[in-house]
Design a protein around this ligand. Structure first.
Ligand code: HEC
Ligand code: HEC
Ligand code: HEC
Ligand code: HEC
Ligand code: HEC
Length: 301
């Protein structure tokens, strides 16, 4: 009886090894993955994107190469925070594709990641949409640019442009999308990719994704003397900064820093601060958030 069990056990073991060999669980494949220092796109790894082969001389590629998205992986690795594999879902392309569900044996993690926020985060030749986008323009940026990165506990608070622009997630204030949400079909893309000449490599707009205030004065928008952003922005900014100072003084003085009122007041403050320092993407919402925080004054004492 014993021998039968022994035989059975042995064949099970051999079988398992054979199955692993057949499935190609070849761990040496991982060593193809390049070291991360050339994190934009590494020519010697099969996991690099390869878009530059055909698109390398176009303005889109040239603009991307010199701007923030192409540094996202290096900045993540060199940043002050503890890095988890989940950070790669926004700081690197290929997180889904190269996970070991799809490529058995190739574990996609911070050691093996080679792409920054590269072309394939937003484009695919398999897409049927305009500009071969993987998601409609209006949904593309908010996917990554959100305050809650799902990395609770990692000690990092991301910026709040999406929440501010869409006017949500704040405490005690009803939803209040920026007036631009309705006026701009492509939302973030409308301002951050605006570009005068599609044929030249831009210093802002296009694939640099850098907006500046010149987009405000586009014909038909803030282009007359009485609604010019040049005069209005400093006024908005001064008004909001004064309120922020008042909220900060109130938060600093609060004896109980764990009460719900304190957490609500602080959330609203952090949201405004996390959006260019003063709630640039939605001034009315920024005012409402800070007003609500100030209304909690007596609850904080
Ligand atoms: C073998 C060459 C080749 C490679 C590699 C390649 N492309 Fe293309 N791509 C083309 C051609 C050809 C077109 C169609 C011509 C055009 O519109 O420029 C095109 C079109 C596009 C467009 C649409 C351009 C527009 O004007 O709407 C995008 C976006 C794009 N490719 C992205 C990518 C991305 C992202 C990669 C890498 C994952 C990639 N391509 C890899 C050849 C290539
Ligand atoms: C796959 C996730 C992802 C998507 C999609 C994405 N971003 Fe980013 N973006 C990032 C990360 C990560 C950074 C930080 C890069 C760094 O380390 O400086 C960043 C940085 C930026 C910056 C700062 C640029 C700089 O040069 O410092 C702007 C502006 C920006 N993104 C706008 C956009 C816009 C507009 C869209 C939509 C068209 C978009 N992003 C889509 C992840 C993303
Ligand atoms: C963060 C998202 C994002 C990334 C990363 C990105 N693109 Fe785009 N790309 C877009 C969007 C959005 C558009 C459409 C712009 C519009 O509709 O105004 C676009 C348009 C294009 C076009 C059409 C013509 C043009 O220049 O507007 C080409 C070509 C292109 N991208 C190539 C690339 C290549 C090559 C890369 C990698 C170097 C890349 N893109 C990286 C979002 C992205
Ligand atoms: C939901 C998408 C998302 C996830 C997940 C995410 N990030 Fe980010 N991260 C961003 C975007 C977008 C930016 C650029 C704008 C900002 O600061 O919010 C950024 C910026 C950063 C920066 C500043 C980069 C610079 O300019 O120097 C650091 C550092 C960072 N993230 C670390 C992390 C770490 C660590 C994790 C994982 C624990 C992580 N991120 C997870 C989207 C994300
Ligand atoms: C109405 C035009 C407009 C829209 C729409 C818009 N932005 Fe902005 N954004 C700006 C301007 C202007 C700045 C400030 C640039 C400066 O300081 O020069 C900015 C700043 C930023 C920054 C900080 C850039 C940096 O260098 O640190 C990020 C990130 C950003 N926006 C992301 C977004 C995202 C994500 C969306 C969509 C949810 C969006 N923006 C929608 C105009 C716009």
């Amino acid at each position: 009886m014993k021998q039968v069990f022994l035989f059975f056990g042995l064949s099970l073991l051999m079988g398992t090894i054979a199955v692993f060999a057949l499935c190609g669980y070849d761990t040496t494949a991982i060593s193809h993955a390049a070291p991360v220092e050339a994190a934009t796109s590494h020519p010697t790894t099969p996991f690099a994107e390869g878009c530059s082969k055909c698109h390398g001389t176009e303005p889109a590629y040239q603009e991307w190469k010199q701007a923030g998205h192409s540094h996202a992986l290096v900045n993540l690795i060199e940043g002050p925070y503890e890095v988890q594999t989940s950070c790669l879902s926004c700081h690197s392309s290929g997180y889904e594709v190269f996970s070991d569900r799809v490529y058995p044996g190739h574990t996609y993690n911070i050691e093996t990641a080679v792409n920054a926020v590269a072309c394939s985060s937003c484009h695919s030749h398999n897409s049927r949409s305009e500009s071969l986008l993987v998601k409609p323009a209006k949904k593309l940026c908010v996917n990554c640019h959100k305050m809650d990165c799902g990395c609770a506990g990692a000690g990092i608070v991301h910026q709040s442009q999406s929440e501010m622009f869409l006017g949500r997630e704040g405490a005690g204030v009803k939803r209040m999308p920026s007036p631009h949400v309705r006026a701009m079909k492509k939302r973030c893309v409308h301002c951050h990719m605006a570009k005068e000449d599609p044929e030249t490599v831009a210093q802002h707009g296009g694939h640099t994704f850098k907006a500046d205030f010149s987009v405000c004065s586009t014909a038909g928008c803030h282009d007359s003397a009485d609604n010019s952003m040049e005069t209005k922005l400093p006024q908005y900014r001064a008004e909001i900064e004064a309120k922020m100072q008042a909220v900060k003084t109130m938060l600093d003085a609060a004896p109980n820093k764990t009460s719900q009122a304190y957490l609500d007041a602080k959330l609203n403050y952090d949201m405004v601060k996390g959006d260019s320092g003063y709630g640039l993407h939605n001034i009315p919402y920024a005012n409402a958030l800070l007003d609500y925080s100030l209304s909690l004054k007596s609850a904080l004492e």
